[in-house]
Design a protein around this ligand. Structure first.
Ligand code: SF4
Length: 433
């Protein structure tokens, strides 16, 4: 009998990628072969996202793509969108099972045979009291360079535009001993960068009577050649202790991704974020003054209801003046069952697009200014395996993309380099011998 094949597809965040990877391991443990989503498989698993605009349309397209590869394939859909809108997914032609957030890792206990069904089975439970924790870690392909380790899930905040707390439930954290065990395993298998992921990573440890700083203290003391990156941290949770540890400890990447979401005091209030613009500004200035050459990224949402031209310009000017090194720009899109959807002052879609473009251009300028400020300086780069026309790439601790001559000897090594010039999207660097 030939080995059954499974193919997996992920939409959304790094946490989803880490979780898809765990689902993949379950298939391997059950004797399946994992194949590319573009090829013929017996089972296709789609891990959805609710932040994705047009989640419904996108999900349909991916299901169709899978069925084009094999019309007889069994189709399972899971993830945040499956948790929130199981009925919308269940009626998509060809879907056989819909699994909610709590059921994500239990496909094999819910399904005994992967026979195609007339009607989709739906297994979705309420997440409001969820206390389970699906353990997950993943890597960027087979590079064994960077791994993503899930330390936290869920969120207790109530940002008015966000459906994630409803899809993923309350904030909960993985026990520190289990994190250390997984972390050591990743280091032993050769990973040199471990990215700590979660829905609200900075909230780590709340119910366990500990916090992210205490966890980081344990992790930096693990033996081995590696560095730690925090995928993203809410401004109100980035403490002085974490800044001090980052400034003093080489194992901590000198890089923070700190969501701002909006630079207008009015809009920030409507978003129900837990800080104001003055707090954010002081935090960024403090971070820059305490950590040499720190790289700072910020998320920002444009087109939130009630965002008038002058509010948007507040955001634009606020970010322009701040020493952040790049932006991730999102266009607001209406989500069912959020407070924001019933707020007045909907912004025209063309206007949303225009504002998004303006901030993307600003982001490019900021990135180039940051790269320029690093020229002539030394940095540590973790080079990846790929060879593009004789060149290889990697990231510095402060998140600059560096390109240099391909050299097999430096793959997956933390190398000291001098940054010499900017070449398009990357910096060029010379490895210090
Ligand atoms: S912090 Fe706000 S935006 Fe982020 S997951 Fe929690 S509720 Fe959503």
């Amino acid at each position: 009998m030939s080995t059954k094949k499974a193919a997996l597809y992920t939409l959304g965040c790094k946490l989803n990628f880490a979780e898809t990877s765990t689902i993949g391991k379950q298939f391997l443990n059950h004797g399946f072969e994992i194949v590319d989503f573009q090829t013929r498989a017996d089972i296709y698993v789609i891990n959805t996202c609710t932040v994705t605009e047009n989640a419904d349309r996108e999900c349909r397209q991916i299901v169709r793509r899978a069925l084009r590869n094999n019309p007889e394939a069994f189709i399972a859909v899971t993830g945040c969108y499956a948790q929130l809108r199981p009925d919308e997914i269940a009626v998509i032609d060809g879907v056989d099972v819909v699994l909610g957030s709590a059921e994500k890792f239990n496909l094999f206990s819910h399904i005994s045979s992967f026979e195609k069904k007339e009607l989709a089975c739906v297994f979705v439970s309420d997440t409001s009291t969820a206390d389970d924790f699906g353990i997950a870690s993943s890597s960027d392909g087979d590079n064994r360079t960077r791994a993503y380790l899930k330390i936290q899930d869920g969120c207790d905040y109530q940002c008015s535009y966000c459906t994630i707390p409803r899809a993923r439930g309350v904030s909960r954290s993985l026990d520190a001993n289990e994190i250390i065990r997984q972390f050591e395993e990743l280091v032993l298998s050769g990973y040199k960068e471990i990215v700590l992921t979660g829905v609200n990573v900075g909230d780590y440890g709340k119910a366990l009577n500990t916090d992210l700083y205490q966890l980081l203290l344990l992790l930096v003391n693990i033996k081995g050649d590696f560095r730690i990156r925090i995928s993203s941290i809410e401004p109100n949770l980035l403490t002085d202790d974490i800044l001090a540890l980052t400034a003093d400890n080489e194992k901590m990447c000198r890089h923070f991704h700190i969501p701002l979401q909006n630079g207008s005091p009015k809009i920030l209030r409507l978003m129900q974020r837990r800080y104001n613009v003055e707090f954010y500004k002081k935090l960024i200035e403090k971070t820059v003054s305490r950590i040499d050459n720190v790289g700072i990224g910020a998320d920002v949402i444009v087109g939130f209801p009630g965002e008038e031209e002058n509010d948007f310009m507040d955001t634009y000017n606020f970010l322009k003046a701040l020493p952040v090194s790049y932006l991730h720009v999102f266009t607001y899109s209406e989500r069912p069952d959020t407070k924001a959807i019933s707020m007045p002052g909907s912004v025209e879609h063309v206007e949303r697009k225009k504002r998004n473009n303006m901030l993307r251009i600003l982001s490019e300028k900021k990135k180039m200014a940051f790269y320029n400020s690093m020229l002539g300086k030394d940095a540590q780069v973790l080079f990846e395996r790929e060879n593009h026309n004789g060149l290889m790439k990697g990231f510095t601790s402060n998140y600059i993309r560096v390109e240099t001559q391909y050299d097999e000897a430096v793959i997956n090594q933390l190398e000291n380099i001098t940054l010499t010039e900017i070449n398009g999207e990357n910096c060029k660097g010379i490895i210090k011998k």
